[in-house]
Write a protein that binds this ligand. Structure first.
Ligand SMILES: [Mn+2]
Length: 419
């Protein structure tokens, strides 16, 4: 992520906040969160979007005093005891006796691209000083996803308690609005994440066979993800066979895969902060049964229809409606359990409302499914697309999905799961 992109994002945020507060003074704070002792740290996605940083207990603060903006990053101060437990690449450093940044702080300024870096010791002071002029404070009210959510909630609670007379306002909606449109660096990161997810789906097609456990398939997925240098899945990988293929978020992955079952493989990985999310449904024995084939063809047709519908200005609600009507015409509406699309980005479900018109360079999934629970047949086909003015770019186009192609690949000798 270049510093230019980050600066541009922060400029847009300031402009939006300024509009919202009608030019009156305000404060805004975005907290990065923190992890439990042995957990791998996941920064708050909004903090990451505006800073590109993965630093625990850091805050991005904006102060507008009515005349100008002060942009500041607050970081944990150097702490040799903590550094015995965790690597600390960037810390706030200190001010020297004459009030100048010491070399650690200078390094932090250089590495983060912020003009001002302060220590967390200075945070409450910085926040409470302008309280005679500031009447509004923008915070992220929603509990951030992932690890660190408790610490973020506690942090925001403390801030609000210390400033009882200030009107708290929600920053999340503005952040989500900005995050709706991906810049070129974001799209290229999502493409990388998709590439790795495709590799995982291809690996599944090499090893899938009746008689192995769902978790063995998951192990192959995780092997690919980790080997490619990623640190986390977009969500817990779903490998659902037979009746499990009809349970949308089945991620226990404990069952032995039987003969002639449908196997829903829904997986994604976060690479450089951005998620992929791809689903394919494979026949465990290499060939779909006649009944399975019927469902698969309908789901694939529904997906093609959805993809043809998507372009700038269309809403996700509309896409859902188009697919629902198509299913109705095929007599399978009762097996349609969920919406077709969600936004994809730093969060696997980038939280944009389904009634918001899609924008050029929004990135969404297209994932219709059908689930006949009594027949133990579930199907989902999911691709990731960039929305364009007059259509889409299918990022995951290299991953096969036609019945003939899948059956051909699955007819090859099975690879053993040995590394
Ligand atoms: Mn999805």
């Amino acid at each position: 992520m270049t510093k230019d992109n980050l600066n541009l994002r922060r400029e847009k945020l300031k402009k939006n906040l300024n509009n919202l507060s009608n030019g009156k003074p305000f404060l805004s704070i975005i907290f990065s969160g923190s992890s439990h002792a042995l957990d791998r740290f996941v920064p708050d996605s909004t903090f990451f979007y505006f800073t590109g940083l993965e630093i625990q207990n850091a805050s991005y603060v904006i102060l507008f005093d009515g005349q100008r903006f002060y942009d500041a990053l607050f970081l944990p101060p150097p702490n040799p005891m903590r550094e015995r437990y965790e690597p600390i690449e960037i810390s706030s450093g200190h001010l020297d006796k004459s009030g100048n940044a010491d070399s650690t702080r200078k390094k932090a300024i250089r590495q983060t691209g912020f003009e001002a870096v302060h220590s967390n010791y200075e945070l409450m002071d910085f926040l409470t000083k302008p309280l005679n002029i500031v009447k509004e404070i923008y915070l992220d009210f929603s509990i951030p996803q992932g690890a660190g959510s408790e610490s973020a909630a506690a942090f925001y609670k403390e801030i609000r308690e210390k400033m009882p007379h200030i009107v708290p306002k929600n920053l999340k909606d503005i952040a989500i609005k900005l995050r709706n449109i991906k810049d070129s660096s974001e799209i290229s990161k999502i493409k990388k994440a998709v590439e790795i997810a495709i590799e995982a789906q291809n690996a599944i097609m090499d090893i899938l066979t009746p008689g192995i456990y769902e978790y063995e398939v998951e192990a192959v997925v995780k092997y690919i993800f980790t080997r490619r240098g990623t640190q986390r899945e977009s969500f817990a990988t779903i490998i659902g066979s037979g009746k499990n293929s009809t349970i949308l978020h089945y991620n226990q992955n404990r069952k032995l895969i039987g003969k002639n079952e449908t196997v829903v493989c829904d997986l994604g990985v976060q690479k450089d902060g951005y998620c992929s999310d791809l689903t394919r449904t494979f026949p465990s024995s290499g060939k779909f049964t006649k009944e399975q084939r019927k469902y698969y063809e309908i789901v694939l047709e529904a997906q093609n229809l959805a993809i043809k519908t998507i372009k700038e200005g269309v809403t996700i609600s509309h896409i859902n409606k188009v697919v629902a009507e198509f299913y109705k015409s095929k007599g399978v509406a009762q097996y349609n359990f969920h919406g077709v699309s969600h936004h994809l980005g730093i969060d696997v479900h980038d939280g944009i409302n389904v009634d918001e018109p899609l924008m050029e360079d929004s990135v969404i999934t297209v994932e219709p499914g059908l689930y006949n629970q009594s027949r133990r047949i579930g199907f989902r086909i999911e691709d990731d697309v960039v929305v364009k003015k007059n259509g889409v770019e299918i990022i995951s186009r290299d991953l096969i999905k036609d019945i003939a192609e899948i059956e051909k690949r699955l007819s090859k000798p099975r690879k053993k799961i040995i590394f």
